[in-house]
Design a protein around this ligand. Structure first.
Ligand code: ADP
Length: 395
């Protein structure tokens, strides 16, 4: 079956058409500047990538163009829309309502809408993607796959904040965690690589991209993760601060004459390694700046690595041990400097870095030495494939 995987943002839409039998990507692409003007990048397997400007007054127009390109005689990969058996939608926030993926019905759409307050930037956009696809493919079954669902197994002691309980009861304020599809995919793959069942392992997954989070996976279940009510918590990221003393918010607001939401904007968009270094949120730029002797770029890298190492220590304690550690996503898969920096703190666990293997990037490889007490691997993530698998499994 061909599964169309849709990841719909407020002004963008990423897609992949995946043959679920062979797990090959038949085509992938990106619509950008939706509601502004509209730009499409479409890459069909075995054919040249097409880039074009095309008006996208709304998301439905973007989906329409994607379907046209997929069935186009020159740039397409299927003959007609009948060859799309299902659509899998990435949904950011499922609150406490969704502990697993689900087939999309009117009731499910309503329940996702009820989670909008928890992810006001993402969920409404995700829902627009669903509505657009329903309009254009009314008979094709659709599945919602949630970023938060995998973490619904966290125990209360991990997801409750130390604030009055009524805020949890009234407003559902708690840790939810994100990147669940990736943490689930990578932890399962880590078990496969080691020839174990997920139920036999304590794994720490470090999803280090522009957005970054860590997950403690015990016996195949998420027992803790570093992002919180929103993706702002936890690690120091590309542009996000990660965890800070909450009182800092009022302090910046007073000193900088900003509103709370302006301060939160600074913490989301102008902080992280970009804010500390003053150079960039991109780790390739940081690497280059460090090589050129930029002191603040070096400090930003140190801050990033130190925080990751702190979480690894914390989750080793939470699980009373760790059997495997996996690095994934843009930085985790590709950035040797960050990985080496993190390893410097892991000696107490008997973990040793293989400096030659650590030079490899983007491939499944063990980067710890053979005598390292805990194996550490690069395990490339594939959220689209995970969504396609979930979609087929549910149908
Ligand atoms: P997100 O999905 O959260 O937007 P990604 O997982 O794509 O983020 O990660 C983006 C980060 O990965 C950037 O900081 C980028 O520098 C880093 N990255 C990607 N490719 C490489 C590479 N070849 N070498 C070093 N860093 C890389």
């Amino acid at each position: 079956m061909n599964v169309l995987v849709i990841n719909c943002g407020s002004s963008s839409l990423k897609y992949q058409l995946i043959d679920s039998d062979s797990e090959q990507v038949l085509a992938k692409g990106l619509c950008e500047r939706i509601k502004i003007d509209g730009r499409l990048k479409h890459s069909p397997a075995g054919k040249a990538t097409v880039e074009m400007d095309s008006p996208m007054p709304d998301h439905t127009a973007a989906v329409e163009l994607v379907l046209k390109m997929l069935t186009d005689s020159e740039h397409g990969v299927i003959r007609s829309l009948d060859e799309i058996g299902a659509v899998g939608h990435r949904i950011v926030h499922g609150g406490e309502k969704f502990a697993s993926s689900t087939i999309i019905t009117d009731e499910v759409i309503e329940a996702i809408t009820e989670c909008n307050d928890l992810a006001p930037l993402h969920n409404p956009a995700n829902l627009i993607g669903i509505e657009s696809c329903r309009k254009l493919m009314p008979d094709v079954p659709m599945v919602a796959v949630f970023d938060t669902a995998f973490h619904q197994t966290m125990p209360e002691k991990a997801y409750l904040y130390g604030i009055p309980y009524e805020y949890y009861e009234k407003y559902k304020i708690r840790k939810y965690g994100f990147h669940g599809t990736s943490h689930s995919f990578v932890s399962k793959r880590m078990a496969e690589i080691l020839g174990k069942k997920p139920e036999e392992l304590k794994t720490i997954v470090c999803h280090l991209g522009n957005g970054a989070s860590i997950c403690a996976v015990k016996n195949g279940k998420s027992v803790d993760t570093s992002m919180g009510l929103t993706p702002l918590d936890g690690l120091v990221m590309g542009t996000r601060s990660g965890a800070i003393d909450p009182a800092v918010i009022e302090y910046i607001a007073e000193k900088g004459k900003k509103s709370i939401s302006e301060v939160i904007d600074v913490l989301n968009k102008e902080s992280g390694v970009a804010g500390v270094s003053g150079v960039s949120s991109d780790f390739r730029d940081l690497d280059n700046a460090i090589l050129a002797g930029n002191e603040r770029a070096k400090i930003a890298m140190d801050v990033f690595c130190y925080r990751v190492a702190q979480y690894i220590g914390s989750y080793t304690a939470a699980m009373n041990g760790v059997d495997a550690i996996a690095f994934t996503a843009g930085v985790g898969e590709n950035n040797a400097t960050a990985r080496a920096g993190i390893f410097e703190y892991l000696g107490y666990l008997g973990i040793k870095l293989d400096t030659e293997k650590n030079k490899l990037r983007g491939e499944e490889v063990q980067i710890s030495t053979d005598d390292s007490k805990v194996p550490v691997w690069i395990v490339p993530t594939n959220e689209e494939l995970a969504i396609a698998r979930e979609t087929v499994a549910l149908l």
